[in-house]
Design a protein around this ligand. Sequence first.
Ligand code: ADP
Ligand code: MG
Ligand code: ZN
Length: 634
Amino acid sequence: MEMNNKKRRQSMILYVIIALAVMLAVQQTFATFQRKSIKNVSYSEFLTMVEQNKIKEVELNTGTGIIRFTDGDTKDKDTTIYETTLFPDDDGLVARLQQHEVKFSAQIPDTRNDLWIYLLLSYGLPIGIMVFFGWRLNRRMKKAMDGDDPSMDFSSGFGGFGMGNLGKSNAKIVGEKETGVTFKDVAGQDEAKESLQEIASFLEDPKKYSDIGARCPRGALLVGPPGTGKTLLAKAVAGEANVPFFQISGSEFVEMFVGRGAAKVRDLFKQANEKAPCIVFIDEIDTVGKRRDAGLTTNDEREQNLNKLLTEMDGFDNNKGIVVLGATNMPDSLDIALTRPGRFDRRIPVELPDLAGREAILNIHAHDVKMEPNVDLSIVARATPGASGADLANMINEAALRAVRMGHRRVTQEDLVESVDVVIAGEKKKSTVLSEHEKQVVAYHETGHAIVAASQKGSAPVSKITIVPRTSGALGFTMQVDEDEHFLTTAQEMRDKIAVLCGGRAAEEIIFGEATNGASNDIQKATQIARAMVTQYGMTERFGMVALGQQRNRYLGGASELTCSEGTAEDIDKEVQRIVEEGHREALDTLRAHRFKLHEISRYLQRKETITGEEFMRIFTRDDGFAPTLPTMS
Ligand code: ADP
Ligand code: MG
Ligand code: ZN
């Protein structure tokens, strides 16, 4: 509602501004023309000039009695035009003019036309423009009324209003005959592929299905976080079935000019109907298909596009073989009308790849680049839990770029390992120059994380510590890599993780007796974990197994909403505080116990800037002849 009106208002304002500008420009031109070249003089002056032979031409407007005369050639640009009014009883004027050889006439076409042109241009033109566009608008509205969806095309008319032929939908629809992608190009995602296989075989031979009376799903929704290969999968289905692929992005629906979205939907389905069997892929469908009742501010435009989409989906002949695939990372926000049977009735999860999936994806993309034969992709796969397919593809590419930069003939293991950092933590920042003291603080901070992690039983081993700043803003980081993946996390593991996160700040406190802002990210993460433990995982005695919050979007790492009373919310805060503080205590205790190692390792780190997990463990586990004294009291 809001946006629609706003756009409409915007195009109105734009249009009025143009009209005003034209009017002003025309008037300005005339005004300057008059001011510059027409000089008003008295009749006696006129006579004097005649006597002095200064006048070349005279024109009399017999109607108004205005005399215009020039002192030179009228074609000459410098010639001044004078104006005076005929004195009533001057009968001798003609004789006098003749005597002084002045060319004279009684028609003054210029003056008369000037006025008309002036009026026409300054008032007629803008009015004309207005009438023209008004007429266009009207016609379009009428056409729309005859058509299928009046409200939509009404706004479409407004979109084109004053802006030429924008009313016509020029939907940029990619109708690919060959996507060139098949399931072989998609690694992992076996479950998704299985679900889509059926759609592919239906598209290959729709008749086989309709003969039996089976109805293939009209639409399927690919649901998963960004970069997991949803677009790739959709293309692969088209490639497998060898059918055309039409792609449109949801964000294209909600356009700068109101109303074109709906026209695009219509165009899209018209083309699809002609080319069936085919696949229509709607990316980011959540941008059009947002739940209509969500929130107070609704969006008319989007709603109209959604309605259009729904009617189109209901309208097409299912046996022809058009399958609509949608992709979203916000399935919860989709309108229920979209997900009911007969529309996107199938939901296909496309999750982040697991260890085996990551390695398979790396292998696929590694084919595109030249690699040293001894490169081990499984190391990269293990170092990248949580990375999406797109991230991994990007890593291979970054590695290749680095190889070129470094002058390698093939991509080396080192290129790969570096590229992991580039993609995960942002490129090494060359320009940030830390002062010696800052470097020291960062070194202690990172070593703090590492020591707390290493002294825990179940924690993932430290694989790398670095104090080379990244473009992401991190001044350093400590990487922990699990041997293999696990999907369940225990309460103890979460508490351990919090302690590790607190390790950085704890080290700063112990060594420098002062906190820096370097721990803000750690603090945020620790708090998030603690809060989830309390509100989502039922891991506290205080609240037990009661869900106190609800996660808004599990794919985009959305924040959770509390679903409890205000009093409880206060208690939750206290509980979260307690859990994080516990981790902080543990980190402090651990680091105090390993105070010497903390000094030694961070000095080593300051010197080397980046150290491997092995180097770290070698120093950390080396027996220095005295066991760490665990304090009994803190
Ligand atoms: P999404 O549409 O889910 O955001 P895309 O399909 O656009 O993700 O994926 C982006 C790129 O990431 C792909 O072009 C491909 O190179 C790579 N990619 C993602 N997932 C996979 C996968 N499972 N196998 C191979 N490549 C993948
Ligand atoms: Mg995509
Ligand atoms: Zn930190």
